[in-house]
Design a protein around this ligand. Sequence first.
Ligand code: ADP
Ligand code: ZN
Ligand code: ZN
Length: 798
Amino acid sequence: MSQKIAQVIVDVPTMQTDKPFSYLIPEELADLIQIGMRVHVPFGRGNRLMQGFVVGFGDAKSQATAGQNLKSIAEVLDFDPVLNAEQLMLADAMRETVFSYKISLLKAMLPNLLNSSYDKILTTEDAVIAQQYFGETQALHFSSLDEKEQALMMKFHREGKISVQYVAQSKATIKTKKRLTLADDIKLDELSMTARAKKRLALQSFLQEQHHAGENAWDYTTLVKLFSRDVVKFFVSEGVLSLSEIEVSRAQAYFDTIVSDEHKVLNAEQETAYQAIIDSQEKPFLLEGVTGSGKTEVYLQVIAHAIEQGKTAIMLVPEISLTPLMTNRFIARFGEHVAIMHSGLSDGEKYDEWRKIKSGKAKVVVGARSAIFAPLDNIGAIIIDEEHETSYKQDSNPRYHARDVAIWRAKYHGAALVLGSATPSLETRARAQQNVYQILRLTQRASAQAEIPEVTILDMRKHLNDKSASFSESLLDKISEKIAKREQVVLMLNRRGYSSFIMCRDCGFVPECPNCDISLTLHMDTKTLNCHYCGYTTGIPHTCPNCQSKKIRYYGSGTQKVEEELSELIPDARILRMDVDTTKKKGAHERILSSFGAGEADILLGTQMIAKGLDFPNVTLVGVINADTALNLPDFRASERTFQLLTQVAGRAGRADKKGEVLIQTFNPDHYAIRLAQAHDYEGFYQLEMAFRRKLNYPPYFYTVQLVMSHQDEDEVVKKSYEIMSLLKANLSDQARILGPIPKPIARTHNLYHYQLLIKYRFEDNLAQALNQVLDLTQVSDNKNLRIVIDNEPQNFM
Ligand code: ADP
Ligand code: ZN
Ligand code: ZN
C-alpha cells in the first residue's frame, strides 16, 4: 500500500522556490489534513521545524521522489484550512506578474497572527469527551497534547464535538474578559455561612434571585465590584461559581454608537451609473466623478444591491482615507455586517476581523490594499475608490497591485468591479478609452447647493513677501477674512520630494547621513537631524563641522516651521497640525479631524494627508502653500501626481452650501498640471499627458519593469547589475529597451549601494521567464549579500 503524501510550500527565507516539497502524512493525520492548512515540517539537514502550506496531495508511488526517504509532517496547525481553493488559484495567477516566491503571496493573504506562533484552545460541551480528556480543566491547550491526542481532537472537531479558538502565544493580542458561571445551584442554596459574613450572604441571595430570574452567568469584574474579590473567590473555591475567560470582539462597542442611515435618492447621473453597474458584470467600470459628485453613495447602493442578492462585497479605500468618517458611512448602512481592515489595528484586531469574514458574519469588507484578499465567498461587488492612489501597489515584497487582484477576483466570482476616481490613473483611463473598461461619469456635485470651487493661482515669483517665506499677502488676507467670518481653512504643504535641512551660510556645508547619500532632515520638535531612510539621528551642530563657522541656517518650511510662522502672522488663529509627527500615536489622526470637525480650530495645516476624504461643510478656503515641489522629481509621473493632488485638495472646499475658494501658490504658474487642475479639466489633462507619454515611450504606451540591485560593495553591485542586464538582453527581443544600470536617485542607503535597470517594452513573450531567472539568482549562495528587487509596473522611481 502506498502512503499518502502532501505537497507543502515551505517558508524558508534563504531557500525559496515555488516548488512544493513532498512530505509523508502520518497515518493518524491522514483523514484530517486538508489543502490550505498550515503544517510544521522538518526541513534541511538539521530538520528544523518550519511552517508550510499544504497545497496538494499525491501518492508516494506516483511521485518523482518515489524511493527516496521522505520526511513526515510533524504537526498540523489548523483545524480548518486557512486558505481556500480560490486563494491558491489566485496565488498561481499572481505569480505570473509578481516576481516574488509563492510563499510570500500566500502569506500576504493571511492576517499576521497566522504567520506567527499561537496556540489553540479547545473547549467541549460533550460530557463524555469532557470527562475522558478534559478532566478537571475547562479548556485544553492544543500544544500540550501529544500527536495521537491532537489527531483525536481534530477528529472530534470534525464531528462538531469540540470548538476551537486561536490564541496568540503573546496573550496581549487577544482581548478576553472573565466570566463567572453558576456551576451548581444546589450547592448555592446549601452553602452555610455565619450571619456575620454579610457580604457572602448578600452575594448568595443575589445569585439566588438572579438564578430564579433565568440568569446564570455574570461578568467577573462587575461581581467583584459589588461584593469584593475575596467573597467572589470564596464562591469559586466552594464550587458554586466557575471562572472562565471568554474572548471579546474589540470592535463590538464601536458598532453600537453609530446611528443607522438610509439610502439617498440618486440623481440622474448617479442613477445611470448605478443601473449600468448592477445590470452587467461583463467589464470593469471606471466611475469618473468630480470630487463630491456622490461616488460613495453609488458604491453604497451597489453594495446594498449585492447584499440583497445574498452576495458579499469588498470596498477598498486608500489607507489614509480610512478614517472613522469614511467607515462610519458603511457601518451606518450595513451595521454589523461590516468588517474593517486597516493598518492601525493590532494583529489581534486584524485577526478578529479576518475571522468575522471567514465565518461568514461579515458581508462587506471595507479596508486598505490588503483587504482585497478578504476570504469572502460569493462576492457580488468589488469597489476601489481613488483608484489612482499609489498605495494600492505594495512597495515591499510581494509587490502586487490591488487593482490587478481585484480584476482577477471579480472575474472569478462574476462580480461587478468599479474603479472610482475624480482623477483616474492614466493607465485606467486609457483602458476605458480602448473599451476594456466601461466609463461612467458624474459631472456635478451631488449636494444641491454645492458648487465646484473657484481656483486662483498665485505666482510666487510676483508675490515674494518680505514678512514671510511661505505665505503670500493674498493668501494671508484670505485666511484672515475667513476666520473673521468664523469659517474654516485647510492649508496643505506638499512634502513630496521636499524636506527641511540645515546649511552653513559660509561654506554651504549640508550634513548628510553617514549611511545614506542623502541630507539629514531637520526636526524641530526633537531638535535633531534625522535620516528618513535608515533612521540615523544626531544633534543639530552649533558650529559648521566643515569650516567651524557659527552661521548655521535652518532651511525649508516643514509643517512645524510653517505652523510657527503662521501663528506669528495671524496670532489669533487656532491651528491644528496634521503630519507624520503629529499622527504617530494610534488614534491621533481621528482626534485631530474630529477636533477640527467640531470647530475647535480655524485652520487645519497638514501634508498630503489632508487632501483626501475630508468632508467638512464649514471649510470655505483651501490653500496650497507649495504646489510644485513635486513637479521636478525625476519621475515621469510627476505631473500626474501634482494634478491629482491639487484636484483632490481643491475638492475639500465648499462641500456644502457655502461657496468654496482655493488658492494655489506656485513658482510654475504656467505649468499645464497646475493650469488644468485650476480649470478642473481632467479630460484635458489626460489628452495632453498621454501625448507626452507617447512621445517618450512611457506607460500606458509602454510597460515597465524596474530592477534594483543592492550591495555593500559598489564594485560588486555594478558587476552584478551588468550580469543581469546581459541575462535580460539575451532573453528579450530587440524591441525591448533596457535602461541602465545607473545608480538610483538616492544612490546609497543603509550602507548599501543601489543600482537600477529599467525595462520598457510592449510585447515580450520571454519576459516572465527571464525575470524568474533573475529572481532565482537571489537564492544562489554566492549572492548572499546581493539584494534584488523586481518591481513590475513600478509606481515610484525615487
Ligand atoms: P464623492 O465620493 O464623489 O467625493 P460623496 O459620496 O462623498 O462624493 O458625496 C458628497 C456629498 O454629497 C456627501 O455629503 C453626500 O452625502 C452627498 N450626496 C451624495 N449623493 C447624494 C444624493 N443623491 N442626494 C443628496 N446628497 C447626496
Ligand atoms: Zn561651513
Ligand atoms: Zn541614513
